[in-house]
Design a binder for this molecule. Structure first.
Ligand SMILES: CC(C)(COP(=O)(O)OP(=O)(O)OC[C@H]1O[C@@H](n2cnc3c(N)ncnc32)[C@H](O)[C@@H]1OP(=O)(O)O)[C@@H](O)C(=O)NCCC(=O)NCCS
Length: 190
């Protein structure tokens, strides 16, 4: 099922999205902001990654799409733990820099939170951000994540160790947020 937000639609990853995803993964500005290895990714690597991808009980990956610009990014949930009712956010990214800061990642997260809490019946979503990733921190804190701790010197990049901020959003945090900001009150997608 696709997920409809107010500005974005979340849908499955298709083969035609791979160029966009590969170019982003190979962008040094992007790599600096995310945790992971800085290997160059070829078309073959990307195609092999795609052939292994399955949305299912342990993870869900979505392309973020807008009516005006088509596929613009990605977001997902990984490590879905049905017993404890939790999952971790994965891979939030808006590929094209010129359409950042328009609230697309915020809407994608709100849409995924609604699905996580109202459909999957999760109780908690985990998040994290490098301490200098101001845009990611802004989005996390705006969509209901609470800071739960800092893992010191957790990530080595650009010749230095950097701290990671760890977040959690409980179902009750999300419900308090939408009661306060009325995010979905004018939503016509449901
Ligand atoms: C993080 C990211 C997904 C945000 O996407 P986006 O669509 O621009 O997010 P939004 O527009 O919903 O919100 C971003 C907010 O951060 C703010 N912001 C962006 N860069 C900032 C900076 N350097 N310092 C302070 N605030 C910043 C924006 O102004 C905006 O806040 P506003 O709406 O109050 O103006 C995007 O920047 C991205 O893809 N970055 C590279 C990948 C990445 O860092 N992923 C997260 C890994 S944890």
């Amino acid at each position: 099922m696709i997920l409809k937000g107010k500005k974005v639609v979340l849908r499955a990853v298709e083969e035609e999205d791979l160029d966009m995803l590969r170019e982003l993964s190979n962008d040094p500005d992007f790599e600096r902001m995310v945790v992971g290895w800085s290997f160059p990714i070829s078309k073959k690597d990307e195609a092999e990654w795609f052939s292994r991808q399955r949305n299912g009980l342990d993870k869900l990956q979505y392309i973020i799409e807008t009516e005006a610009d088509g596929a613009v990014g990605m977001i997902g949930l990984k490590d879905i733990d049905w017993k404890n009712g939790q999952a971790s956010g994965a891979g939030m990214r808006i590929a094209r820099k010129e359409i950042r800061t328009r609230g697309l990642a915020t809407d994608a997260w709100m849409t995924l939170m609604r699905y996580a809490f109202d459909e999957l019946r999760l109780n908690r979503v985990n998040g994290s951000a490098l301490v200098y990733n101001a845009a990611s921190i802004k989005v996390c804190e705006r969509v209901g994540f609470k800071r739960e701790g800092v893992k010191r010197q957790a990530v080595y990049k650009n010749g230095e160790y950097h701290d990671m901020i760890y977040y959690g959003c409980l179902r009750s945090d999300y419900e308090a947020l939408i009661a306060e900001n009325h995010y979905w009150d004018d939503d016509v997608s449901k």
